[in-house]
Design a protein around this ligand. Structure first.
Ligand code: OXD
Ligand code: MN
Length: 608
């Protein structure tokens, strides 16, 4: 195959793609080039390759058929936000919340790192579609990588294969995603070295995005969002730029289908920061009889306008790359059911009978494990058995509550958008925005507490607007302007916006709301608001449920908990105003007038 490339003969029908593969091969110097077809056989081959290379081990087939456990290098365990760059031509276009580097300078630095970085390895060419192949909402990418782990994960997480190349045709556009683990097997001076179980560059990592040319260059890490470039890099950072240019939305949101006892359906998107329970909400098992939740997606939503002026969403992914610790039959029975077979587990612990384990997976701790660093583990050893960011990769089709229309190329019409974060105080269980602009304001100031801070205390929040802080590929202020513009374009046809907070605590620091499955009670109120049925009360923050509008039958809440859950802490809001003003200030004149206006109105409502 290498011969093909060096002689210039064609690996695909797309001349631009062929030229790019050739250029990358000439820089990275792989031994072989392989065009991936995404087949079941190819997936199996990648798993076997990882097992024979000691990257992975098979789990006990009687416990988890066809599943592997991978342990990464301890220096490569999570997304590296401080090594993530938005390389727009001007620094202002990346904005104050992103790391910026000049595109040509970054490319020069990275060309130096890429030079010969695939010596002794195979360069895999992965054509993939984000979204159902051929959907008008979907887009195509091609990832070039030297990692079989990436190939296997991409086969689960995206649609890989020849059908993608068919859609791409001779002249189709695609996002160029270049990735190397940065561990050549032949060094520049010609010395050979053996491979390691988790190759990566322990010293240098770059996750660079070029919004103007829609390229991603990733070097040095093999883990998650740093390496599976379809996910955060393409489907959020680059797609957010495309969405702005083309008039749609690329968001860090789950998509769920909610059906009432009369069989009426509403689709809801929800944005929460990483590890705040999106996967759990997307697959929730409702406790109210007759109501049903089905999952369309658990992490990312792409939304485009349909002919009727409404927003239609697809899940651009085809699998779940979820945080394992905390996932259990109690917190997410449906996710646990997905994981019974054909899954990849990364940085989980290994049980004595060849299965996986992670913190909170079972009520009882195992007596003995091998932890994610391959060390003996016992309950008294004082260490976590799984890494806190241990992950599972599993096909979405294995989810028992996957919505039948999850692959509908037209997408599903969205009725409501939810924002949320961890807030111990101030923010009620649920608030409906007055309108799209006010909802955009609520999304722009949303935050999550990193610690259990005292109620109302400012300065302990990490503001994570629309849960996009690490994922917006351009200036956040321009992103808000884009949100406002979308609302102006479609007016009353836009989804209603809600702000939810499952994490409010009482004075003793105990959660007021049981969360998990009981969140269906909030979803029911949201459904009914969208249908014009449920009552709401106006507060300075927005509309909250009237007493009695929230269905609490069969739920025992602590005395006064409901009053507290449904109250807006006016003093707390007033105290937060200066921090919002300060937060907005960093965007200077790029802050949209609409948000400035909303902040002023919010201040006025709090005074009266
Ligand atoms: C995240 C993820 O970090 O989904 O948000 O992996
Ligand atoms: Mn996420």
């Amino acid at each position: 195959m290498r011969e093909d490339m060096t002689t210039g003969s064609k690996i695909t029908r797309n001349a631009q793609l062929n030229a790019w593969i050739k250029e990358v091969a000439a820089m990275c110097l792989p031994d072989n080039i392989r065009l991936c077809n995404g087949s079941a056989d190819e997936y199996q081959e990648m798993l076997s390759l990882m097992v024979s290379g000691k990257t992975a081990r098979w789990l006990n087939p009687e416990k988890r058929p066809n599943s592997i456990l991978v342990w990464s290098d301890p220096a490569d365990v999570a997304r590296v936000e401080d090594r993530t760059f938005i390389c727009s031509p001007s620094k202002d276009d990346a904005g104050p919340t992103n790391n910026w580097a000049a595109p040509e300078e970054m490319k020069q630095t990275m060309r130096g790192l890429y030079a010969g970085c695939m010596r002794g390895r195979t360069l895999y060419v992965i054509p993939f579609s984000m979204g159902p192949v051929g959907s008008p909402i979907a887009h195509i990418g091609v990832e070039l990588t030297d990692s079989p782990y990436v190939v296997a994960n991409m086969i689960i997480m995206t649609r890989v294969g020849t059908s993608v190349l068919d859609v791409l045709g001779e002249n189709g556009e695609f996002v160029r995603c270049l990735h190397s683990v940065g561990y050549p097997l032949v060094l520049a001076d010609g010395t050979q070295r053996a491979d390691v179980s988790w190759p990566c560059d322990g010293k240098q990592k770059y996750i660079s995005h070029f919004p103007e040319s829609k390229e991603i260059w990733s070097y040095g890490s093999g883990y998650g969002g740093n390496a599976l470039l379809g996910k955060k890099c393409f489907a959020l950072r680059i797609a957010s730029v495309m969405a702005r240019e083309q008039g749609w939305l690329a968001e860090h949101m789950l998509i769920l289908k909610l059906t009432n006892p009369q069989n009426e359906v509403r689709y809801i998107c929800a944005a929460f920061p990483s590890a705040c329970g999106k996967t759990n909400l997307a697959m929730l098992s409702p406790t109210i009889p007759g109501w049903k939740v089905e999952c369309v997606g658990d992490d990312i939503a792409w939304m485009k306008f349909g002919g009727d002026g409404r927003l239609y969403a697809i899940n651009p992914e085809a699998g779940f790359f979820g945080v394992a610790p905390g996932t259990s039959d109690e917190s997410n029975l449906n996710a646990m059911a997905c994981l019974t077979r054909d899954s990849i587990f990364t940085n989980c612990a290994l049980t004595d009978d060849g299965d996986v384990w992670w913190e909170q997976m079972t009520p009882r701790l195992p007596a003995h494990l091998i932890d994610w660093t391959a060390k003996e583990w016992t309950p008294d050893c004082g260490r976590n058995a799984a890494h806190p960011n241990a992950r599972f990769t599993t096909p979405a089709r294995q989810c028992p509550v996957i919505a039948p229309e999850w692959e509908d190329p037209q997408g599903v019409p969205i009725s409501a958008v939810l924002f949320g974060g961890r807030r111990a105080g101030v923010i009620p269980l649920v608030t409906e925005a007055f309108n799209w602009r006010h909802g955009t304001f609520l999304g722009s100031i949303m935050g999550s507490e990193t610690t259990a801070a005292a109620a109302g205390q400012v300065g302990t929040l990490r503001r994570d607007p629309m849960a996009m802080l690490p994922f917006c590929g351009y200036n956040m202020a321009d992103y808000w302007a884009h949100w406002l513009g979308m609302g102006e374009r479609s007016g009353a046809k836009m989804p209603r916006i809600f702000y939810v907070n499952w994490f409010r605590k009482d004075a003793e620091g105990r959660f007021l709301w049981p969360g998990y499955s009981e969140n269906c009670r909030v979803l029911k109120w949201i459904f009914e608001r969208c249908a014009g049925q449920a009552e709401a009360l106006e507060t300075p923050l927005g509309l909250i449920p009237e007493k009695g509008a929230l269905d609490l039958r069969g739920l025992s809440l602590a005395a006064d908990a409901l009053d507290e859950l449904l109250s807006v802490d006016i003093d707390g809001c007033r105290m937060e105003l200066p921090s919002i003003e300060q937060y907005y200030q960093q965007f200077g004149s790029r802050l949209p007038e609409g948000l400035r206006h909303e902040l002023k109105e919010f201040g006025k409502r709090l005074q009266s």
